[in-house]
Design a protein around this ligand. Structure first.
Ligand SMILES: CC(C)=CCC/C(C)=C/CC/C(C)=C/CC/C(C)=C/CC/C(C)=C/CC/C(C)=C/CC/C(C)=C/COP(=O)(O)OP(=O)(O)O
Ligand SMILES: O=P(O)(O)OC[C@@H](O)CO
Ligand SMILES: [Mg+2]
Length: 228
């Protein structure tokens, strides 16, 4: 599905992790709405190109979530660019973006680029450590970031990121309640149908990452749980 506003379920594949051709086929043909290529560490041009070429054998939309400028390549259906709203360092909010646009602005097709306002909530995940995210947030802080994402910055996506840990469904519900046009992505710790269903009650889109590598059979069942 080429309109991210319609996404209910996506798989996120990490170019730094291994999947056999058979496993990749099951992911791409699962009925998920899109496959995102992205990760925090070990993402290189080489492993991104390799994964993109392998996913391209299937008709599923293939999207790059940019984690570093060195691994950006043409050939994806579109590009997601994270900005970490709760980072303590401007580097992860605007500085890297400024540097990249200064260098590539002329080449960029803005119709295929979508910004994601990340709020990283699992203090133990790699993305939190890398971006020096302030994860000591009350619910009202998270809700304020969501409102900022929509009403101050007009971001297409607000991303509640619990990478590696299952988050609090009530928080997801509260955040959804204050959003209107901005889509709510939830990612973190979804491993089975029940969890997928629970988070998909509130989030517009659920993102499944690590479960693909942990127990693929269970991960694949999350598609049907959400999309029927
Ligand atoms: C040539 C061509 C086609 C050009 C296209 C033009 C284009 C799109 C140019 C890009 C311009 C631009 C503005 C780029 C942005 C530059 C950049 C590096 C921004 C910073 C992004 C950022 C904040 C990264 C921080 C890390 C992060 C939030 C990553 C997202 C993925 C994530 C959270 C993964 C979860 O962690 P995971 O790796 O899964 O953890 P485990 O391994 O433990 O599971
Ligand atoms: O890997 P998991 O914990 O499923 O999280 C998915 C995604 O939000 C990671 O960026
Ligand atoms: Mg991961």
């Amino acid at each position: 599905m080429y309109d991210l506003r319609q996404w209910r379920h996506v798989f996120k594949l990490d170019p730094n992790k291994q999947l056999s051709d058979e496993q990749l086929e099951l992911v791409c043909e699962s009925g998920t709405d899109a496959v995102i290529v992205g990760g925090t560490d070990g993402v290189t041009l080489e492993n991104v190109l390799d994964l993109m070429a392998r996913i391209r054998r299937f008709s599923v939309p293939c999207v790059l979530e940019i984690s570093n400028i060195e691994s950006v390549t043409p050939g994806f259906d579109f590009y997601l660019i994270p900005m970490v709203l709760n980072s303590r360092q401007t580097k992860w909010i605007v500085d890297l973006h400024h540097r990249a646009v200064k260098e590539f602005g002329e080449l960029m097709n803005w119709d295929e680029i979508f910004m994601e306002g990340y709020c990283i909530l699992n203090k133990d995940c790699k993305a939190a450590a890398l971006t020096d995210a302030n994860t000591e947030l009350q619910e009202e802080d998270i809700v304020a970031y969501a409102r900022m994402a929509e009403y101050m910055y007009h971001l297409p996506v607000f991303y509640l990121e619990y990478s590696g840990a299952y988050g609090n469904p009530q928080t997801v519900q509260k955040v959804k309640h204050v959003l209107r046009d901005t889509r709510l992505f939830y990612g973190g710790g979804i491993e089975n149908e029940e969890q997928a269903k629970e988070m998909a009650q509130y989030a517009d889109t659920i993102v499944i990452g690590n479960a693909i590598y942990k127990d693929l059979e269970k991960a694949l069942k999350t598609v049907k749980a959400v999309k029927g």
